[in-house]
Design a protein around this ligand. Structure first.
Ligand code: FPP
Length: 249
């Protein structure tokens, strides 16, 4: 099945309410490279330009939170050469973008099982978070070494530990308390999930947080995704009828 790949202007994107939180599964880097007879890492490198595009576009459009799925826990099982290339790109991204992000008022936070990363990558991330910590124009959340089931299991464990220590009555565990034990506690749930490259999957991404998100799948491969594609998704979102399981009265 082929889907439309509409684009829109910034004016169109800003001509009505925009989602507060947009989450993106950035997919299709490998296929982009394969179609050009390039190694897969070249696709990831090209994908870095799209990361820059959507961060700038989201800030221009007035989105408050942008969450990007940069590396899943499952991605560790890719060939070592590709994992190493992705980690090197992450460090390069921090090195080259840190100052500009900070100047533009963009605050970056990183979440996931960061213990799996090399000390150099962890230190680059800490540096990025520190340098951009005052940003108020847009919050960018990078999911790195992230898996949603693992996150929920960890949250359940943390609550169970508190219950076992007598600090928490198990009957007081509700959706709000469980959500408060997730990485994403401080942010609103995503309103819109964009997935590039046409795959119709959630891929263990923010399973809890996406409960009421609108889904937007585009055939555009991630390295070809521009801010105008993001604006197109924002315009499409405005046409959705969000009922949260209820009915219109
Ligand atoms: C999925 O495409 C993409 C990834 C696993 C990595 C995403 C990484 C980037 C966009 C670049 C680095 C980002 C930052 C924030 C520094 P795929 O490889 O699964 O593509 P395929 O399905 O076509 O094989």
């Amino acid at each position: 099945m082929s889907r439309d790949t509409p684009t829109a202007s910034l004016d169109a994107a800003r001509s009505g309410p925009v989602p507060r939180h947009v989450a993106i599964i950035m997919d299709g880097n490998g296929r982009w490279a394969g179609r050009r007879d390039l190694p897969r890492w070249e696709g990831h490198r090209a994908g870095m330009s799209s990361v820059r595009e959507v961060i700038e576009g989201a800030a221009e459009a007035g989105v408050a939170h942008l969450t990007l799925y940069a590396f899943s826990e499952e991605n560790w099982s890719r060939p070592a050469e590709e994992v190493d290339a992705l980690m090197a790109l992450l460090e390069e991204y921090v090195e080259t973008q840190r100052a500009e992000l900070s100047e533009k008022g963009i605050r970056v936070t990183v979440f996931g099982n960061l213990d799996m990363l090399s000390p150099a990558a962890r230190s680059a991330i800490a540096d990025l978070e520190r340098t951009t910590s005052e940003g108020a124009a847009l919050e960018v959340h990078l999911a790195i070494s992230y898996g949603s089931r693992g996150e929920i299991v960890e949250a359940a464990r943390a609550l169970a530990r508190r219950a076992a220590d007598g600090e928490l009555d198990p009957d007081d565990i509700d959706a709000e308390r469980l959500a408060s034990a997730l990485y994403t506690d401080a942010w609103p749930d995503p309103d819109l999930l964009i997935r590039t490259s046409g795959e119709m999957r959630i891929s263990n991404f923010l399973l809890w947080q996406l409960a009421y998100a609108e889904l937007y799948i585009t055939d555009v491969l991630w390295p070809d995704f521009t801010r105008e594609h993001l604006f197109g998704a924002l315009v499409d979102f405005r046409g959705r009828d969000r009922r949260y399981g209820s009915v219109r009265t």
